[in-house]
Ligand binder design. Sequence first.
Ligand SMILES: [Zn+2]
Length: 88
Amino acid sequence: MALTKEITCHQAVALVSDYLDGALSRRERRRLEHHLAGCDACSAYLDQMKVTIALSGSVSPEDLPEKALTDLMEVFENFQRDRNDEGD
Ligand SMILES: [Zn+2]
């Protein structure tokens, strides 16, 4: 059965900064947390964002170099491909 409320990794990543900023609605936060609970890649991204914020004091992904974000997304996609290859 398809869960129409599921968010994609790209959506989750887009929500993480607002999540850390406390800017999400309760519904958005629950959807993101549900995704994070089942997605190691996005959980790792959340951890990375926390480190970035701790270092820079900023929540804005705009502050990250564009290349860093691109590299990060490639890591996610490779990670998910690997997981899919393992079968699940
Ligand atoms: Zn994800």
